[in-house]
Design a protein around this ligand. Structure first.
Ligand code: ATP
Length: 645
């Protein structure tokens, strides 16, 4: 038995480790619908049906000998001719396929039911389970399979079932090893860590998160096991020890044909064709699954039909927002480029998280996608769990209901966010009525209360003014008051101080901090200002060219930032500049969507760049607890790496 063939471990990236991609219908369907696959499937169905209906289809008894008609060629009475004892070849092949295919099914069933669950558990749990299972697998793989099968058949003469159960046990070792290796690769993904933190059981993680990712590998390997089971059966049949003669098997038919090949070359043709086509079909099916691009198991778009349950709690209990593999792609009409690429992060209740990066990094597209405010002609994919709700499954109406009430947005330009023709008080009262069932009078009272909440000292006077009659800082306070009208649990503040004077900026930031504390509100703060991050944020996410390049608690990011981009961004912070010195800048600019280089996207601008940086896409990896980075030069606990000057 060729355990070595089976154990040729596939590249985890090819089947399991690939990052999600948007698939056109054509691309997604190319694999299973290609002609070779269809033909392979049709052949396997045909022989299975033929095996089931053998007594009806055969037309002859497979055991009846007619010594007057030995080794005759195909003809009207015997469609495929006869063998050396004058038995009908078609009848023997049809009846033989029952035994042979049953044997394959037994072998595959035993192999998969041992190898797959054990591989999953060992690859995920590691530790003692892995050590013991791996040691047993090594021993099984080193045993001489054929000798063991012959020994088993010596103990249980002509027991094809005993032989194929033994085959299944032996071949499960190689299957185990492959499943274990691929599981180990997938288990390192951050979303698996998030799933663990979410309190999902081991079983849920294995079945819902890991198994779907490694499914192509499992199916491909199962097809190989099936082909090996068939070859093994043929070998045993050829030796005449799998079933009691004159019972037909494919191996037995082949063996019989081989004895008369010198005088009747035709006799060998039908069994060889049948066996070859069947092995080829298994191979093609296995190849189809591995060559299929990775399919998003939870794939959905706003325009597509929801496929996941409407409300599935995936985020940890203390996490209000859990974004996983968020990808925003312009549709072909919009240019077809990826704007945000596989972004995952979470925000705890009452936590302030900063989203930092240069202009064009993807901060706004990321934060607005949470609210369903992606650019027109863009497709959003991934998973956005907000307090148990999958936001990407919501209808426009449901999203509209959520916006302002549970998630609110404060933008960069307060003046353009307010209607110049309506008094401040009326605008605020309108916002209150949109979220709360209150009368006009009460809504105006609540509007004035909101103005007080945002530290406006004379709320009645301001309520009576039009937007052009107030300052930019005051307008931003009003915008924050509008955002608070629905008492949101999450506030997305997209560069809320960019358009304001430095002195006013500090006041607005103080206000945001106070409001967040008073209301235990989570805040996603989009900024390019490290001072704002230092002042307000518990944690920060650094984005570059649509990807997260670093994420850590603010203090850690300031003391031990690892990614050269974070270091460069911090060095270029205007607050860090020395008077009289030239401003530090980062050479070049963020590559626009569609022009991202292969490998590290920051490589062209990086002072620490080496040749390997451009070799392959750089994955995020854990540097320390809660600290991830996307730089091949940084390893865990590499304290010296890229310290910020
Ligand atoms: N509707 C759109 N069509 C095409 N490209 C877009 C669209 N919206 C955004 N982009 C591009 O996506 C990239 C990310 O934009 P985004 O606005 O998220 O950047 P940002 O980090 O928020 O920058 P800024 O601080 O300047 O707002 C940019 O290159 C931008 O040009």
């Amino acid at each position: 038995m060729s355990a070595e063939i089976l154990s040729s471990t596939p590249d985890p990236d090819s089947a399991a480790g690939q990052r999600p991609k948007f698939l056109s219908k054509e691309r997604a369907r190319r694999g299973p619908y290609r002609p070779a696959t269809l033909l392979a499937g049709a052949w396997l169905i045909l022989i299975t049906v033929a095996a089931g209906a053998a007594p009806l289809l055969a037309g002859h008894d497979p055991l009846t000998q007619d010594l007057a008609q030995v080794q005759v060629g195909p003809g009207g009475e015997h469609l495929l001719g006869t063998d050396s004892l004058g038995r009908d070849l078609l009848a023997r092949l049809l009846h033989g396929s029952r035994t042979t295919l049953l044997g394959v099914a037994v072998g595959v069933g035993v192999s998969v039911s041992i190898g797959v669950p054990l591989g999953l558990y060992a690859g995920y749990l590691r530790g003692r389970v892995d050590k013991v299972a791996s040691a047993v697998a090594e021993i099984l793989m080193s045993l001489p399979g054929l000798i063991i099968l012959i020994t088993v058949l010596a103990v249980y003469p002509y027991s094809m079932i005993a032989a194929m159960v033994t085959f299944g046990v032996l071949s499960s070792a190689a299957l185990f090893r492959i499943v274990r290796n691929v599981t180990m690769a997938v288990a390192q993904d951050l979303y698996i860590t998030a799933a663990k933190l979410a309190g999902l059981s081991r079983r849920q993680i294995l079945l819902r998160h890991i198994l779907p990712r490694i499914r192509p590998t499992v199916v491909a390997q199962t097809a190989i096991v099936a082909a090996l089971a068939l070859v093994t059966q043929l070998g045993l049949g050829f030796l005449g020890i799998d079933t009691r003669p004159p019972h037909a098997t494919w191996g037995g038919v082949l063996q019989d044909a081989s004895t008369v090949i010198a005088v009747s070359s035709w006799t060998v043709v039908p069994p060889v064709v049948v066996v070859t086509l069947t092995i080829l079909a298994f191979g093609i099916l296995g190849d189809t699954t591995t060559s299929q691009p990775y399919r998003l198991t939870r794939a959905r778009t706003r325009t597509g039909r929801p496929q996941a349950p409407r409300t599935t709690r995936r985020a940890p209990a203390d996490q209000l927002l859990c974004v996983e593999h968020l990808t925003v792609v312009l549709t072909r009409g919009g240019g077809g480029s990826i704007l945000v690429d596989d972004v995952s992060f979470g925000i705890g209740r009452g936590e302030i998280v900063g989203l930092v990066g240069e202009s064009g990094a993807g901060k706004s597209v990321t934060s607005r996608a949470i609210l369903g405010l992606q650019p027109t002609q863009a497709k959003v994919d991934g998973f956005i769990d907000f307090d148990g709700l999958n936001l990407l499954d919501l209808t426009d109406k449901e999203l509209h209901h959520l916006r302002g009430r549970r998630i609110a947005l404060v933008g960069q330009e307060p003046m353009v966010s307010l209607d110049p023709t309506i008094r401040i008080g009326a605008q605020l009262a309108e916002a209150v009525r949109a979220h709360q069932k209150v009368g006009r009078k009460e809504s105006h009272r609540l509007a004035r209360q909101l103005l007080t909440d945002v530290r406006i000292s004379d709320p009645s006077a301001v309520a009576d003014r039009y937007p052009h009659e107030i300052s930019g800082g005051m307008a931003q306070r009003v915008c924050i008051a509008v955002a608070l009208a629905g008492n949101p649990e999450l506030l997305i503040a997209d560069e809320p101080t960019t358009a304001l004077d430095v002195t006013v900026q500090a006041e607005i930031l103080d206000l945001l901090r106070d409001l967040q504390r008073e209301r235990n509100m989570a805040v996603l703060l989009v900024t390019h200002d490290w001072g704002v991050v230092a002042d307000l944020c518990d944690r920060a996410i650094v984005l570059y060219a649509g990807q997260i390049v670093e994420q850590a608690a603010t203090e850690r990011l300031f003391d031990h930032s690892c990614h050269p981009y974070t270091a460069a961004l911090r060095a270029a912070d205007p607050h860090q500049q020395q008077p009289g010195r030239r401003l530090t800048t980062i050479g070049g600019s963020v590559p626009p969507p569609g022009s991202w280089p292969p490998g590290c996207r920051f490589a062209d601008r990086c002072v620490s760049v080496t040749e390997e940086c451009s070799n392959a896409a750089v994955p995020l990896h854990l540097v320390a607890e809660g600290h991830i980075t996307r730089c091949i030069h940084v390893r865990a606990d590499d304290k010296e790496a890229h310290r910020v000057p």
